[in-house]
Design a protein around this ligand. Structure first.
Ligand code: ADP
Length: 164
């Protein structure tokens, strides 16, 4: 059985993440979407809230599980018997960071492979942090994330959600 861990912050979940998840389900029988619990990163949503959002929007995909993890991604793979890490590549700047991280992970655990997938072109410029900026400043982010997620972001940032 082919399995992969798709780790990330997912703060919040976007259509870019969902695009990657759908592509991942075509590559892997089991895809664990894992929310990183990183106390050094300040998040808008708790790990549980982010897991709930992901669960709601991935129920239709076969073989998808939702989890959280702390510590090294490769250690989590080893603990849970997952052989691959799925990551998205949007831009050349993503590549620079991901390349370093992939080789560091390989040095730590050579048995875990990192698989990169590109999203549909409409999501290449999309990031959770940009969305938070758009919503915080009153912009319409409805084309980039599910309506319930947008409503939750707007509520947390105390903004109305145009288009939601
Ligand atoms: P992290 O803090 O790990 O970068 P993110 O939630 O920002 O967490 O991203 C998790 C993964 O999803 C990364 O591999 C990232 O490249 C990918 N990703 C994020 N946004 C998109 C998008 N719009 N299209 C494709 N992949 C994306």
């Amino acid at each position: 059985m082919r399995s992969a861990l798709y780790p990330g912050s997912f703060d919040p979940l976007t259509f870019g993440h969902l695009d990657l998840i759908e592509r991942g389900t075509r590559l892997f029988d089991r895809l664990v979407v894992a929310v990183g619990d990183n106390p050094r990163k300040q998040a808008l949503f708790t790990v549980e809230e982010r897991m709930d959002m992901i669960r709601r929007h991935t129920a239709r995909f076969p073989g998808v599980e939702v989890a959280s993890f702390s510590g090294l991604v490769v250690d989590h793979c080893a603990r849970t018997g997952v052989g691959n890490i799925l990551r998205g590549l949007r831009t050349p700047s993503d590549f620079e960071f991901e390349f370093q991280m992939a080789l560091t992970n390989r040095a730590l655990r050579p048995e875990v492979e990192v698989v990169f997938v590109m999203p549909s072109a409409e999501w290449v410029f999309l990031s959770s942090s940009l969305i938070k900026e758009v919503v915080a400043n009153g912009g319409d982010a409805s084309r980039w994330l599910p309506a319930d997620v947008l409503a939750a972001v707007a509520k947390r940032l105390q903004r109305d959600a145009p288009g939601a």
